[in-house]
Structures are given as structure tokens and as C-alpha cells.
Design a protein around this ligand. Structure first.
Ligand code: NAP
Length: 258
């Protein structure tokens, strides 16, 4: 299945590498040409002249851009090239409403909202958890390709259900990140050995992804952004807005946003 990737950032580039390894990658495109050129040199893959040309050439387009307006901009830019045989798989994190809007704009191509969780290491290893909204038959059609970028693939319902699930994920992630950093600061004040704390606490009921993947690097002062704070903030604004629509209180999200 001829697959194109748009958005070669921290998450998009490793997805493109895995698609290339599996023989699916047809071409890439990135807003800043440098990133596309670098990946093209590394993989020997073609850089599409523009999004329209990429859409016209591909049966599957994997998108990984920053935020809601970026996704809509990219879909509008692709639009003249989109055809009925094409599937647009958006792996960015945006709101449920934006996913529904994007699906309408992507017509006559099929659209799936397919946000992911598992960090840059999950993207590198092709083990991401992917939560998808859209038609089951479309997911079935592209399943072999999805298997190269995700380890757990779950169909959550119609378009928008993937992003709704990701919002739930982000509420949990915000609380866990807050709890882990607060607890490790507390352990530091208590003059405990952080490596031992991370190991023993991580093996018990308080064990979690953030502690095991970020605990050690954080305590060694390695703070290279895998997931930019601005993106985390964007996600929580989405959660807050969705909670408002459904009259649900999210005190933890409110606290984290302050
Ligand atoms: P990133 O490294 O900042 O990359 C963002 C990509 O989007 C870049 O290629 C950027 O192009 C492109 N882009 C942004 N605005 C655009 C626009 N208006 N038109 C065209 N391209 C545009 O971000 P990331 O970490 O890969 O995250 C991508 C998405 O995945 C986000 O929605 C994020 O919330 C989600 N996510 C991230 C992680 C993580 O751990 N990083 C995990 C799960 C989900 P330029 O190079 O030109 O700037």
C-alpha cells in the first residue's frame, strides 16, 4: 500500500522510518523542507513536491502535525489531490470536533482519527497504542500498515472516538506526571536514593509508564523534550474544552493548566 507521511517531527519521522522498513513508504512531505531532505537522504525516499502531489500518488496518508489548526491547514492543502481510493490517517492529537471537521474536509478520501500514546520510544519501536475513530472496513483495509507503527490498535467508534479516547488518556497522563515529579522531589528532600526509589516503587502498585520511562533520565538532569510542554498544554486545553461541552468537572486538568 503506497503510503505518504506528512509531519516529520519527533513522532512522524520514526513512523516514516518504520513504514520504510516494512516497504510501504512512497514519499514524505514536511512544512520545513530541511527535515524532509534529511529523512530523504537517510532513507533514500522521495520528497513529494507538495501535499497535493503526495495525496494523488498515495493510497494512505499518515499525518503527524502539532495542533487542531495545523491539521485543518494540512487537509485543506491536500484536498485537491484526495481521491476515493485514499485513506487519511491522522495520528496527531486534536479535539474530537476537529477530527469530525477534518473528516468532512478530506472527502472523498476516507478519514480515520488515530491518535497515539507511548512516546517517542513507542514511535521508534513501532509499539504505540493507537485509538481509532472511523469505519471498521477502512481500518481493516490498512491494518497491515498500522501493524508496522503500532503495537496495540483499538477501534473506538465513529470518527472522533479516537480523539475522545486520547483526551481521556491525557487526563491520566497529566495526573501521573504531576504525581511522579512531586513524589520524586519529595524523595529528594528525604535524601533517599532516587535510583532505588524508582526501582522499588516502580515494581509495586505505584508503577507507571512515566516513572519507568522518564524517572531515571529526569533524576540525571536529562530533560531533552520527547514531548514538548506546549503540546501537553494544547492537549489539556482540548480536555478542558471537551469537558465543558459535556458538563464534566476535571479539577486535575484545571490545576495542571494553571
Ligand atoms: P513536533 O516534533 O513538534 O512535530 C510537529 C510536526 O508538525 C512538524 O513536522 C511540523 O512541521 C508539523 N507541523 C506543525 N504545524 C504544521 C502546519 N501548520 N502545516 C504543516 N506541518 C505542520 O511534534 P510531535 O512530538 O511529533 O507531535 C506530533 C503530534 O503527535 C502532536 O499532535 C502531539 O500532541 C502528538 N503526540 C506526541 C507525542 C510525543 O511524545 N512527542 C506522543 C503522542 C502524541 P515543521 O517541521 O515545519 O515545524
Amino acid at each position: 500500500m503506497k503510503t505518504g507521511v506528512i509531519g516529520l517531527g519527533a513522532m512522524g519521522a520514526p513512523k516514516a522510518r518504520n513504514l520504510h522498513k516494512a516497504g510501504y513508504l512512497e514519499a514524505v512531505w514536511n512544512r520545513s523542507h530541511d527535515k524532509a531532505r534529511q529523512l530523504s537522504t537517510e532513507l533514500g525516499v522521495r520528497v513529494a513536491e507538495n501535499p497535493v502531489a503526495l495525496a494523488a500518488d498515495c493510497e494512505l496518508l499518515v499525518l503527524s502535525v502539532s495542533a487542531d489548526d495545523d491539521l485543518l491547514q494540512v487537509i485543506r492543502a491536500l484536498s485537491p489531490g484526495l481521491h476515493p481510493g485514499c485513506v487519511v490517517l491522522d495520528t496527531s492529537t486534536v479535539s474530537r470536533d476537529t477530527a469530525i471537521q477534518a473528516a468532512a474536509l478530506a472527502h472523498p478520501a476516507a478519514f480515520l482519527d488515530a491518535p497515539v500514546s507511548g512516546g517517542i520510544e513507542g514511535a521508534r519501536q513501532g509499539t504505540l497504542a493507537m485509538m481509532i475513530g472511523g469505519e471498521a472496513a477502512v481500518i481493516e483495509r490498512i491494518m497491515p500498515v498500522l501493524d508496522t507503527i503500532a503495537g496495540r490498535i483499538e477501534h473506538m467508534g465513529p470518527v472522533g472516538a479516537g480523539q475522545a479516547t486520547k483526551a481521556v488518556n491525557q487526563v491520566m497522563a497529566a495526573g501521573i506526571n504531576q504525581a511522579v515529579t512531586e513524589a520524586l522531589a519529595f524523595a529528594t528532600a528525604l535524601e533517599l536514593r532516587l535510583d532505588k526509589v524508582i526501582e522499588v516503587v516502580g515494581s509495586g502498585a505505584a508503577g507507571n509508564w512515566f516513572l519507568s520511562h522518564r524517572g531515571e533520565s529526569m533524576t540525571h538532569g536529562q530533560l531533552d523534550p520527547g514531548f514538548r510542554v506546549a503540546l501537553h498544554h494544547k492537549d489539556l486545553v482540548i480536555c478542558k474544552q471537551m469537558a465543558g461541552q459535556f458538563d464534566v468537572a476535571l479539577p486535575l486538568v484545571e490545576m495542571t493548566l494553571i
